[in-house]
Design a protein around this ligand. Structure first.
Ligand SMILES: *[C@@H]1O[C@H](CO)[C@@H](O)[C@H](O)[C@H]1NC(C)=O
Ligand SMILES: *[C@@H]1O[C@H](CO)[C@@H](O)[C@H](O)[C@H]1NC(C)=O
Ligand SMILES: *[C@@H]1O[C@H](CO)[C@@H](O)[C@H](O)[C@H]1NC(C)=O
Ligand SMILES: *[C@@H]1O[C@H](CO)[C@@H](O)[C@H](O)[C@H]1NC(C)=O
Ligand SMILES: *[C@@H]1O[C@H](CO)[C@@H](O)[C@H](O)[C@H]1NC(C)=O
Ligand SMILES: *[C@@H]1O[C@H](CO)[C@@H](O)[C@H](O)[C@H]1NC(C)=O
Ligand SMILES: *[C@@H]1O[C@H](CO)[C@@H](O)[C@H](O)[C@H]1NC(C)=O
Ligand SMILES: *[C@@H]1O[C@H](CO)[C@@H](O)[C@H](O)[C@H]1NC(C)=O
Length: 448
């Protein structure tokens, strides 16, 4: 299936107006959050919020690869937080819920994981590193512990600045950065009021030097500082970047219809690269004029997050992919030639679907779509023109969260009945003729 998606993406590429800033032929969708740029070669590393993974992009935002993190697929991890040191090593902090968090250190030239650092906190919310001695600063927020941990470069804890050290007390630290002398640590603090703020503290002692409060700072998501100690803050609630001088005087905001901006970094001395998260794009601003220099955008008019594909006898491809409002999936038919691909929406999902997942075609080009309607589920059966013919239910037990589906030459259906931890073979009238269960039981049956 992966191969089909790759081929599909390559085939569909020619219909887009070709723009060298189109980030990738392979990624049809990204939701950029935390972002850093390597000082060595200007490569971009960004967290893709929708899949909580790290994408490695060229300086022109062309997709290169996805980092392989040593995390367990079965666990839920906190949003990945990144920082990069002057030598170009990437640090990634995350924690599986209810387990202590980790920092993974990568060499970015070959993606080699070179160090694991165990933390004594659960949810890392921000990460930065001293440009002078490599000390690591990690922020955390939880009911019992909201603070900044300081580790030396070997990962040993050397200090901790707890919430009460700040005035007013730290509420939800969301971003950290340091000036180039590493004397000052900047802490963005979300407070869900117009008193969202940036603290400036002495990085050695934790003594508070300054606090910046501005009505545009509400839910700050990133903070960076330039050589003149001007501060730039992105805010996901007020949808702007706010620039302040070192004494907190407001300079300007940068806007351009931003929607939930999250990551912010310097791309050069004169430009700022922003993750305009819910617009699914990166925006490069000129620092001085606040003008947009470049937009790196990935929304693909054809396919958004394609999940399941099936091939029709004619060579047309059916794709189950997300609609723009994410609430529904949609079925599209792609008619492919060597130089173009036409896309037809064949089924309006809103009339039919609860939560369509799997997709299969039979030899007569009838379309089967599993619907993982919580708590049970069923299978839609459509004619090739998109008319719904029937819905298939099973009894004893009913389908529960069905995912992948396949057909054979005799018209039998095979369904990954994930909630019932089994794969079943059934007739289109819902009669189950085979029940595949294994010892030990399958963990999460996804596709078939
Ligand atoms: C880091 O941890 C992962 C998973 O626990 C392990 O596979 C890897 O070998 C470790 N790497 C280093 C450099 O310690
Ligand atoms: C915070 O740190 C101060 C000393 O710096 C200490 O007295 C206090 O108990 C700490 N509070 C918590 C909740 O750890
Ligand atoms: C926000 O800050 C104000 C003033 O310091 C404080 O009274 C309030 O409790 C804070 N709210 C949250 C959600 O932390
Ligand atoms: C703050 O800095 C700006 C420019 O750097 C300066 O014009 C202004 O007078 C300063 N304000 C205070 C209160 O120091
Ligand atoms: C499409 O490409 C294939 C392989 O390159 C070629 O054999 C075929 O003639 C092409 N078809 C058209 C309609 O251009
Ligand atoms: C795509 O649609 C256009 C306009 O409707 C049509 O001219 C073209 O032949 C179609 N291409 C394919 C491959 O179906
Ligand atoms: C779609 O196909 C079904 C079944 O083959 C047929 O009954 C129906 O008339 C067709 N609808 C349209 C609009 O072509
Ligand atoms: C389903 O179809 C099979 C084969 O056609 C038939 O034997 C069976 O009785 C049918 N079951 C129901 C519930 O209609």
């Amino acid at each position: 299936m992966v191969l089909i998606i790759l081929i599909l993406s390559m085939l569909t590429f020619p219909i887009l107006s070709i723009d060298i800033h189109y980030p990738s032929r392979l990624l049809s969708y990204w939701t950029p959050a935390n972002i850093v740029i390597s000082p060595i070669n200007q490569h971009i590393f960004m967290v893709d919020m929708s899949f909580n993974r790290i994408l490695h992009l060229s300086p022109e935002a062309i997709y290169i690869s996805t980092l392989n993190l040593p995390i367990e697929q079965s666990k839920l991890y906190s949003p990945l937080k990144l920082t990069i040191d002057l030598a170009g090593y990437l640090y990634v902090a995350t924690g599986a819920y209810s387990s202590l968090a980790m920092i993974y250190k990568y060499r970015t030239t070959d993606h080699q994981l070179i160090k694991n650092i165990s933390l004594s906190l659960y949810v890392p919310t921000a990460l930065t590193i001293s440009p002078i001695n490599g000390d690591i600063y990690v922020a955390t927020t939880d009911t019992k512990d909201t603070s900044i941990y300081v580790l030396n470069k070997n990962g040993e804890q050397i200090n901790k600045f707890n919430a009460s050290k700040f005035s007013p007390p730290l509420s939800q630290p969301t971003a950290l950065t340091m000036d180039k002398t590493a004397e000052r640590l900047y802490v963005a603090d979300r407070n869900d009021t117009t008193t969202g703020r940036i603290f400036v503290i002495n990085s050695q002692t934790g003594r508070q030097l300054q606090v910046y409060i501005n009505s545009n700072i509400y839910r700050p998501t990133a903070v960076i500082v330039d050589v003149n100690l001007n501060v730039y803050v992105s805010d996901m609630a007020t949808n702007c970047i706010i620039a302040l001088t070192s004494n907190g005087t407001f300079i300007r905001t940068y806007t351009n219809s931003l929607y939930n901006p999250q990551g912010l970094t310097f791309a050069s001395y004169t430009s700022l690269l922003l993750s305009d998260t819910l617009n699914n794009r990166l925006v490069l601003f000129d620092v001085v004029s606040a003008k947009v220099l470049q937009i790196y955008s990935s929304p693909d008019p054809v396919l958004i997050a394609p999940r399941f594909v099936a091939l029709l006898n004619s060579g047309d491809i059916y794709v189950n992919s997300l609609t723009d409002d994410i609430g529904y999936n949609i079925l599209k038919r792609l008619t492919i030639t060597n130089s173009s691909a036409n896309v037809t929406q064949i089924i309006n999902p809103k009339h039919h679907f609860d939560f369509p997942v799997g997709l299969a075609l039979d030899t007569k080009n009838q379309i089967y779509v599993t619907d993982s309607n919580i708590p049970y589920g069923y299978i839609h059966m459509f004619a090739s023109n998109g008319t719904e013919l029937d819905r298939i239910y099973t009894n004893n037990p009913p389908l529960k969260n069905p995912h992948g589906i396949a057909t054979d030459l005799h018209g039998n259906l095979y369904v990954a009945d994930s909630g019932n931890v089994r794969v079943i073979k059934l007739l289109i009238n819902g009669t189950i003729i085979q029940n595949y269960q294994t010892t030990p039981p399958l963990q999460y049956v996804y596709d078939v």
